[in-house]
Design a protein around this ligand. Structure first.
Ligand code: S5P
Length: 250
């Protein structure tokens, strides 16, 4: 059964998770559906990128464990300040994939203490519904389908993952390369205007594909922006392309 493509205003009416509400409000305020994936390996690069792209994004996506020099005071405090200054959320792409007890420890303990600073996290749903109970103070974006060539997220897996995502109160969205139900916000990585792949299994599509074909809500762009000669200009290009594609898809 075909569902109607909903606008951000309409999604605000049906997605009541606090983090979903914030993302949708920022999207409307900034006219942006862009999430920059800050896959850089030093705090300096991370903060410089956040400073440049901050005004144009709804969220900055981190892989905090790739930083060579992580330090709660030097990395997280200034990042939090930039998030406040430019009004974006911090999305830690940890892709938790273990039993609830282990995830609870990975979330709150160790070097990164993700629960202290992330607004939203990504999590696999492979360990089942209860594995997601530990993410009480953040929003969860469930990994429903992956972008890489040869991934195992076939239709059956995605259907079962979607059921868990829809039923769990901590989950407000999903990462996928396929449509998901309107009650969930859809995040689509694997977006690049210049390339169709990276030679390492990544597969790219355009913002038009994400918004028109997948009816996505947010695009996630990494190398297309942080590898560009001018990251700020590139963020602006993706922001405008994403917003135009969203409006055209309504
Ligand atoms: O299926 C996925 C899910 C994610 S979250 N495919 C992805 O590429 N990602 C992430 O999006 C990936 O971990 C990386 O941080 C980003 C894509 O980066 P890019 O440089 O290929 O744009």
């Amino acid at each position: 059964e075909e569902e109607k493509r909903l606008s951000y205003e309409e999604k605000l009416e049906i997605c009541d998770h606090t983090v979903a509400q914030k993302l949708l409000q920022i999207a409307l305020e900034k006219k942006s559906n862009l999430i920059v994936s800050a896959d850089v390996t030093t705090t300096k690069e991370l903060l410089e990128l956040a400073e440049k792209v901050g005004p144009h994004i709804v969220a900055l996506k981190t892989h905090i464990d790739i930083l060579l020099d992580f330090d709660a005071d030097q990395t997280i405090l200034p990042l939090k300040d930039l998030a406040q200054k430019y009004n974006f959320l911090i999305m830690e792409d940890r892709k938790f994939a273990d039993i609830g007890n282990t995830q609870e420890l990975q979330f709150a303990y160790g070097t990164y203490k993700i629960s202290n600073w992330a607004d939203l996290v990504t999590a696999q749903v492979i360990a089942g519904y209860e594995s997601l109970d530990c993410f009480r103070n953040v929003g969860v974006v469930a990994i429903i389908g992956m972008s890489s060539h040869g991934n195992l997220t076939d239709q059956n897996y995605r259907d079962e993952a979607t059921k868990i995502a829809l039923s769990h109160p901590n989950v407000f969205g999903g990462v996928s390369q396929n449509k998901i139900p309107n009650e969930l916000l859809l995040f689509t990585p694997g977006v690049n205007l210049a390339h169709t792949g990276d030679g390492k299994g990544q597969q790219y599509n355009t913002p038009e594909h994400a918004f028109t074909k997948l009816e996505s809500d947010f695009i996630i762009v990494g190398r297309g922006i942080y590898k560009a000669d001018d990251a700020e200009q590139s963020a602006l290009t993706y922001k405008i392309a994403g917003w135009n594609a969203y409006e055209a898809s309504l």
